[in-house]
Write a protein that binds this ligand. Structure first.
Ligand SMILES: [Fe+2]
Ligand SMILES: [Fe+2]
Length: 472
């Protein structure tokens, strides 16, 4: 029996008028649902979740709220409205008209960019799949699943581009995206952070704060692309990404607020004895996820990034705000460790350091959130402050990898780093302590786990004790 795709896959890409593409996606859809059931959220697949579904890109009401079982979620394909006359804003092709098709000479690069972005989407669903069993509230459980189904939709958005513009190669890539697995030794996801374990809800909020925020900046860079369908896909994905970032930033703020309140009342300034998470533990998780996510922007010196930029394939976040969109004659000064582990300045051509421009924008955005968390700590009169570590700290990729730095960015020996590791990064004891607080799910409407403050308001104007997940 033929599947009525126009009903099953909400879209604004005229799927009905392209039978070949429709058939290809029709063949991919059951594989996707199988993947979702196999490595998507554990449990809860038959429960009704109060989710929003994108049914249109229009400014009012692109998000439609209602109860839905996750395997029946209507994953759609949406491109933001665009203009075929849009001009490319950067590189050697600045001011050329955008492309509606893939230019032959950029086929391999664009395919690689799209596959790399696409791979992160199912990876995060796999990484977060066990968190339902230890959720701190129905509100948070629902937010986890909202993030998960939207990452699924982001995969759809990228697979649509692969199927539509890359023929057989694209269809093969679409299948491979369902075959790799986060953390799998033999078939890992492409980027390291997307193989890292997400074991508890502090990890989850750090992930949605820092890793989804990497996603935001990657999408902002792709939204500048000369390949117009990619740019318009990325633009619409950003509207969903905003919610993921909200979940992460406010989640950490709620943890921090609770920790600060409990620590202030304790004679030793500890939150753990009262069911909270100690602020230094929050700091160590922050150090881990922030440093891991800095790697996602690639090396400080990158000929790939330079080539993508020159060719108009991938720009920088909000490219229009940069003073120079060509970057042909400028230089950038990097601060790196030399072979004696002394910090030295090194000049590189600005085009080779494009990744640093994007990393700068990301770090500024993270710093703003940290300030907000610190205001929550300050408001209860506690002197403790959270900080972002240096961009050199704990890196696995780029100029700083292979060297060791303190969180403030001073070079140190490998031996000293190892000695200090448990002060700077989550220790086994930290993980055990966090897990001890998160052994059971909190599923009574309106109830919240001891280690996290309730949010300021509910979802979609609903009260905090709303049944965001139905247990019938
Ligand atoms: Fe995503
Ligand atoms: Fe996301």
């Amino acid at each position: 029996m033929a599947i009525d795709l126009s009903a099953k896959i909400p879209n604004n890409v005229d799927l009905d008028r392209d039978p070949k593409l429709r058939r290809a996606l029709e063949a991919w859809q059951p594989k996707y649902v199988d993947w979702w059931k196999e490595v998507g959220p554990v449990g809860y697949q038959e429960k009704e979740i109060y989710l929003r579904t994108a049914i249109d890109v229009g400014s009012d009401g692109w998000a439609h709220f209602g109860y839905v079982r996750m395997p029946e979620y209507r994953w759609g394909i949406f491109l933001a409205d665009g203009s075929p006359e849009r001009k490319i804003g950067f590189g050697d092709v600045a001011r050329d008209t955008v492309w509606q098709d893939v230019p032959g000479e950029h086929r391999a690069s664009l395919r690689r960019l799209i596959v790399t972005q696409a791979d992160t989407e199912p990876a995060s669903v796999e990484q977060q799949r066990r968190l339902g069993a230890i959720c701190p509230s129905l509100y948070d459980l629902r937010n986890l699943f909202q993030v998960n189904v939207e990452e699924g939709r982001h995969l759809w958005a990228m697979v649509y581009l692969l199927h539509r513009y890359f023929g057989k190669d694209g269809r093969d890539e679409g299948d491979a995206l369902l075959e790799r697995r986060a953390g799998d030794r033999d078939r890992p996801r492409i980027l390291a952070t997307f193989n890292d374990p997400v074991e508890d809800w502090l990890d989850f909020f750090m992930f949605t704060m820092f890793t989804d925020r990497d996603g935001k900046f990657q999408l902002l860079s792709l939204a500048e692309s000369g390949f117009d369908p990619l740019a318009r896909s990325a633009q619409f994905m950003l509207t969903e990404e905003a919610h993921h970032l909200f979940v992460g930033e406010t989640g950490i703020n709620r943890i921090v607020a609770r920790s600060a309140e409990l620590s202030r009342q304790d004679p030793n300034g500890e939150a753990m004895p009262h069911g909270g998470i100690d602020l230094p533990v929050v700091q160590r998780y922050l150090n881990l996820w922030f440093s891991s996510c800095l790697d996602l922007f690639g090396g400080e010196v990158s000929s790939n990034a330079a080539a993508y930029f020159s060719a108009g394939l991938k720009g920088r976040p909000n490219e229009a705000k940069f003073p120079d969109h060509v970057e042909k004659n400028e230089v950038r000064v990097l601060e790196v460790a030399d072979d004696q582990d002394r910090l030295v300045k090194r000049e590189v051509a600005a085009r080779l350091a494009i990744n640093e421009d994007t990393r700068d924008a990301y770090i500024r955005d993270c710093a703003r959130a940290v300030e907000r968390w610190n205001r929550s700590i300050e408001s209860v009169g506690l002197p403790y402050r959270l900080t972002l570590p240096s961009r050199r700290f704990n890196r696995r990729i780029g100029e700083h990898a292979g060297h060791h730095f303190t969180p403030s960015g001073d070079p140190i020996s490998a031996a000293l780093f190892d000695q200090k590791r448990d002060e700077w990064l989550p220790s086994a004891a930290d993980r055990t302590a966090v897990r001890a607080l998160q052994q059971k799910p909190v599923t009574k409407p309106g109830a919240f786990a001891s280690w996290i403050a309730p949010p300021a308001r509910g979802i979609d104007g609903k009260p905090l004790d709303f049944e965001y997940v139905r247990f019938m």
